[in-house]
Write a protein that binds this ligand. Structure first.
Ligand SMILES: Cc1ncc(COP(=O)(O)O)c(C=O)c1O
Length: 385
């Protein structure tokens, strides 16, 4: 038995064996190009179409509103750039709004559009829990606003934004709304109609699908421009031969996640609460980050006074516990996380962060081991008895 304990499911998840089973023949025997006319091509085209159907059912949208991409990062890039380029071309409107706790895939793309292409950017503050206040969004909207992009759930602190409330505000002003649902997918309902969003990004490897595959929901008929030239795949919006094995794997993974999401939510919420409650009780000068209740079922995140987060991760690893400090992208980066700074924490506290993210296969014994070891590791690091 592998006694290592993986508590980093927000970084990535293992591929579900049923997903792998679906993918293998698509590499070896059913390898046709979906654009080819012959038998192999038709078979791939069929698999591509049924994968699109599966995903569109989970998102409650039409099949032609799903564009396959290579990752959550590409979906986020395509959403922002596709809307920005078309809007600017049409009427020179160029103002975008994002939140201050977006993933770098949104944050850096928005900054790129601002600094290299002259777009105007407003970055909304969040409150101490990481929540965007609806009145801040309402006040930030201007006549030339084209797009608001606010993530569904945060990768570091797990806070879930009130997306439908926020999108109502933009709808009243006819402004498009994108949500980065990369962390939410597989754990929260992805119904684009009840969320009221016009674009939504997801990524296969966060819900037990393969890495290197993502999707972008683009509502039919919204003004959008492709950012990549080449063939006419994906409605002409994302050129390049579709990665059929990974697409089929992602579709299967989403289907499985949706079918078991109620049971998984109950189980993970219980384990997550045990982690949070025990850690807060057992470790002095330790604080939860994000909202206590309005958070992803799998996310338990903290900051510890007088602790170096990266050193903590290395110490946990010695005891066979895989976790992360801030997000995976922050590894080796001594800068305090912008998310933790945005919720008002000092740089000092921000550097002592820990994210434990459980998965559908995490069990009580594993959680018990973590809550036994963590207080010991922290007091050893602090030099306290
Ligand atoms: C919220 C969020 N957005 C985007 C991404 C990027 O997704 P990908 O790893 O598929 O590029 C991640 C990955 O950690 C994420 O957590």
């Amino acid at each position: 038995m592998n006694k290592r304990i993986y508590m980093d499911h927000a970084a990535t998840t293992p591929v579900d064996p049923e997903v792998l089973e679906v993918m293998i023949p698509l590499f070896t025997t059913e390898y046709g190009n979906p654009s080819s006319i012959h038998h192999w091509g038709q078979r791939s085209e069929y698999i591509l179409h049924s994968s699109r159907e599966t995903i569109s059912k989970s998102l409650n949208c039409e099949t032609d509103e799903i564009i396959f991409t290579s990752s959550g990062t590409e979906s986020d890039n395509l959403a922002l750039r596709g809307i920005a380029l078309e809007a600017y071309h049409r009427n020179k409107n160029n103002h975008m709004i994002i939140s201050s706790i977006e993933h770098p895939a949104i944050m850096n793309t928005a900054h790129d559009l601002k600094t290299k292409y002259g777009f105007e950017l407003t970055i909304l503050p969040v409150n101490q829990y990481g929540l965007v206040e609806p009145h801040d969004l309402a006040n930030a909207i201007k006549e030339n606003t084209i797009l608001v992009s606010i993530m569904y759930a945060n990768n570091e602190i797990g806070v879930i934004q009130p997306i439908s409330k926020l999108s109502e505000i933009t709808k009243a002003s006819n402004i498009l709304f994108h949500t980065d649902a990369v962390q939410a997918a597989g754990q929260l309902i992805l119904d684009v109609k009840s969320l009221g969003v016009d674009l939504m990004s997801i990524s296969g490897h966060k819900f037990y699908g393969p890495k290197g595959i993502g999707a972008l929901y683009i509502k039919r008929n919204i003004p959008f421009r492709s950012t990549q030239t080449g063939g006419s795949q994906e409605n002409g919006l994302r050129a390049g031969t579709e990665n059929v094995p990974l697409i089929a794997g992602m579709a299967k993974a989403l289907e499985i996640s949706m079918s078991r999401y109620k049971d998984d939510t109950i189980k993970m919420t219980q384990l997550r609460n045990l982690l949070i409650d025990t850690i807060l009780q057992e470790i002095p000068d330790c604080y939860i980050t994000g909202h206590k209740k309005q958070r992803l079922p799998n996310n338990a995140s903290f900051v510890f006074d007088n602790i170096d987060g990266n050193e903590l991760i290395m110490n946990l690893d010695i005891y066979d516990i895989a976790a992360s400090s801030g997000s995976a992208c922050k590894i080796g980066n001594p800068e305090p996380s912008i998310v933790l700074q945005a919720i008002g924490l000092s740089s000092n506290l921000s550097l002592g962060s820990l994210r434990l993210s459980i998965g559908r296969n995490t069990n009580q014994d594993q959680v018990n081991y973590v809550i036994t070891m963590l207080p010991k590791i922290i007091s050893k690091m602090r030099g306290t008895p």
